[in-house]
Ligand binder design. Structure first.
Ligand code: SF4
Ligand code: SF4
Length: 373
């Protein structure tokens, strides 16, 4: 089924979100299609880093509260969590749950927060490029997974939504290995598709009430979109969300590759249900897919043309998070400032994604901008 419920919801006010969310679920056939009493349900959020809800980096706690209360009322056991961008430790999770408002949701509702930081190998023989994933044990052991992503732009993949959020099913720093093994955007995106099929949540919800445009997923600008999206199909959901924010779906590698793999070719008549769908004006300001040069060129020229991370001396405090999370260890902190070995950089832009101070900018040369037109 590829139906996507698109629901207008303009503010994070609990009664309003709860009412609109119930409308969305009933348009998709009601909870009984997905959850039964006694199910252990893992609510997989986007908790990328320690950020306050209004910064629009993480799934908003009011949406989580509305979904959690519904699930508990159905008699499900609810475990809330994510494997964030940095280390997957109890301490890191405690800090993130607290800052993002998710701890308060657990206190109010009685849902559990996940503190199991173990991983588990899961075979996936039908994967195109990954036949075995290392996943968070708590997610694997749940009866059902429901994801609640956040509508955002992304410096590496241009967009992060229902498909990309599932990269957080891979525990902590193991994510770096996937970046290292698949530095090419198409390989990485095919891996994300395999992962979405392997994790296979029963329901995908997207918090698009306030999304993020610009230098997402953490250093962009919050932008009102005013929508909740619900679907059992993450590819269909991303397609609709992209349409709403004015990004051509086929420019996103997970979307174009899903079509190439005959997984999802785009909506049919009647696939969108709920409220009227209009593209916001102006459309989202989104980065180009910036790790690639489209023409066959000598390596020294293509290296020059590839965008690169630049560190702001005015903003950087020398905390070393970028160096810690750089998959190939291309960054060393010297004299309290990042020193990048560009030859080793794989353009994953984890440094930009995980810098807590927005001190990393991705720069493209004038020629590179010209050639990508
Ligand atoms: S993470 Fe950001 S603030 Fe910290 S050292 Fe790197 S660039 Fe500077
Ligand atoms: S320097 Fe930044 S973009 Fe380059 S490999 Fe390291 S984390 Fe990725």
């Amino acid at each position: 089924m590829s139906k996507v419920a698109v629901i207008n919801c303009t503010e994070y006010e609990f009664d309003k979100v709860s009412m609109e969310f119930k409308r969305g679920i009933s348009l998709l056939g009601g909870w009984q299609q997905y959850i039964k009493p006694g199910d252990k349900v893992f609510l997989k959020l986007n908790l990328l880093m320690k950020k306050r809800p209004e910064e629009a980096v993480t799934t908003h706690p009011v949406v989580v509260e509305a979904v959690t209360k519904e699930l508990l009322a159905l008699g499900a056991r609810v475990i809330i969590g994510d494997s964030p961008g940095g280390p997957f430790t109890v301490r890191a999770l405690q800090n993130i749950y607290k800052a993002t408002g998710i701890q308060e949701v657990a206190e109010k509702t009685g849902a559990e927060l996940n503190f199991n930081v173990e991983g588990l190998d899961v075979r996936f023989p039908e994967g195109k490029i990954i036949k075995k994933f290392h996943l968070c044990k708590a997610m694997v052991e749940a009866d059902k997974i429901i994801s609640i992503s956040k509508l955002k732009t992304h410096q590496m993949t241009k967009f992060t939504g229902a498909v990309k959020v599932l990269f957080g099913a891979i525990p902590g720093l193991n994510k770096a290995e996937y970046h290292l093994k698949m530095p090419n955007i198409n390989d990485f995106s095919n891996m994300l598709i395999d992962l979405a099929l392997c994790v296979n949540p029963v329901l995908h919800i997207m918090d698009g009430i306030v999304g993020m445009e610009g230098h997402g997923p953490s250093a962009g600008n919050p932008r009102q979109v005013g929508k909740l999206f619900l679907s059992t199909n993450p590819f269909a959901l991303d397609w609709v969300a992209l349409h709403v924010v004015g990004i051509r779906p086929k420019t996103i590698p997970t979307v174009s590759l899903a079509a190439k793999r005959n997984i999802y070719h785009g909506p049919d008549n009647g696939d969108f249900i709920g409220d009227k769908i209009e593209t916001i004006n102006p459309p989202f300001n989104a980065p180009e897919i910036s790790g690639e040069v489209k023409f066959p060129l000598p390596k020294f020229i293509s290296d020059y043309l590839r965008p690169k991370p630049m560190f702001s001396p005015e903003v950087c405090i020398g905390c070393g998070q970028c160096a810690q999370h750089c998959p190939p260890k291309a960054i060393k902190i010297r004299n309290n400032f990042p020193d990048l070995n560009l030859q080793e950089c794989i353009r994953c832009f984890c440094c930009q994604e995980l810098c807590p101070h927005k001190a990393v900018e991705i720069k493209r040369s004038f020629l590179s901008k010209l050639l990508s037109r």
